[in-house]
Design a protein around this ligand. Structure first.
Ligand SMILES: NC(=O)c1ccc[n+]([C@@H]2O[C@H](COP(=O)([O-])OP(=O)(O)OC[C@H]3O[C@@H](n4cnc5c(N)ncnc54)[C@H](OP(=O)(O)O)[C@@H]3O)[C@@H](O)[C@H]2O)c1
Length: 280
């Protein structure tokens, strides 16, 4: 989809963090944006910024795991703008925890938000995109979906699922005008989940891990949509050699990656635990 001018784009999790940058970038590219998140107040701030840029925006406070809300999001976008061209599945949650200590309800909830909701929203969007013979589904996944990242087990599983889904959508719908991309950011600073973890625990980004800003993730998303790119790994340092090592030599990856910074969330978890001990 070479141009985003007057195209309609739904962005979930658009109220803050990476999603806010994705929404602003789509608005700047000329798209009509439909912003989704649970907190109306936070959404309003992004909405005001997009309006200030001069683009059309529709705000939908909703939980992406709610089946009724999922249908309403798609219908509201179609009703307001008459088409649905881009769906950016960005809303996500992350727990920094030893997997065996997470309760079952929380694991299900996390997978619901990060994986099941994106699948179900895509299922609802696809018939309209196919009818238009134009559409692009973006999965905001993560490097953690490929590279073993300790204490993010449930999160990593959901992100690996997103990558697999995007790959398969591309194959299933080849030739229809509808396609998909997976965007896999590394450690995102300035805003979002990792920036909060840094703030709360004081962990520093390891030199060899690299980092990336929300705006760089947004630029990658725009390139993926415009040039129909399959998978983009967004990081300040080259990450593809690591991905190759992970795929071809997984045991070497287990030895190497902690030395390159993959252990960062484990350090953060220790800090959280230390703080809790001090408080109790
Ligand atoms: N930050 C990183 O380092 C990093 C790296 C790689 C990938 N990612 C991915 O990037 C995406 C955005 O992450 P972020 O760092 O920007 O996180 P964030 O700052 O916590 O923002 C998450 C967004 O998702 C929304 N959200 C959460 N649960 C929701 C639900 N059930 N229904 C609707 N909206 C929901 C939040 O709004 P409400 O709470 O108001 O609903 C918020 O707008 C995630 O998929 C994450 O996995 C992040």
């Amino acid at each position: 989809m070479r141009t985003l001018e007057q195209r309609t784009a739904i962005i979930t999790g658009a109220s803050r963090g990476i999603g806010r940058s994705l929404a602003l970038a789509l608005g700047r590219a000329g798209a009509n944006t439909v912003l989704v998140a649970r907190s109306f107040t936070d959404l309003e701030e992004t909405t005001a910024e997009i309006r200030h840029q001069g683009s059309e925006v529709l705000t939908i406070p909703a939980d992406v795991t709610d089946a009724v809300a999922q249908a309403q999001i798609i219908q509201a976008a179609l009703k307001r703008f008459g088409a649905l061209d881009v769906l950016v599945n960005n809303a996500g949650q992350c727990d920094v925890a030893e997997f065996h200590t997470m309760d079952e309800k929380r694991i299900r909830q996390l997978l619901d938000v990060n994986l099941t909701a994106p699948l179900l929203l895509s299922r609802l969007a696809l018939p309209h995109m196919l009818q238009q013979r134009r559409g692009h589904i973006v999965m905001i996944a993560s490097v953690a979906g490929v590279v073993g990242t300790p204490v993010l087990d449930a999160y990593a599983a959901s992100k690996a699922g997103m990558i697999g889904f995007a790959r398969t959508l591309r194959s299933s719908y080849r030739g229809t005008g509808v396609s998909a991309s997976a965007i896999c950011p590394g450690l995102v600073d300035e805003a979002g989940i990792y920036a909060r973890v840094q703030q709360e625990t004081g962990v520093e980004t390891p030199k060899f891990a690299g980092s990336v800003t929300p705006d760089q993730v947004a630029q990658a998303m725009l390139r993926a949509i415009r040039f129909d790119l399959a998978e983009l790994y967004v990081n300040s340092l080259p990450i593809r050699p690591m991905l190759l090592i992970q795929m071809l030599f997984p045991r070497m990856a287990e030895w190497l990656f902690p030395r390159l910074g993959a252990d960062i969330y484990r350090h953060a978890l220790r800090e959280y635990e230390h703080k809790m001990r001090l408080q109790s």
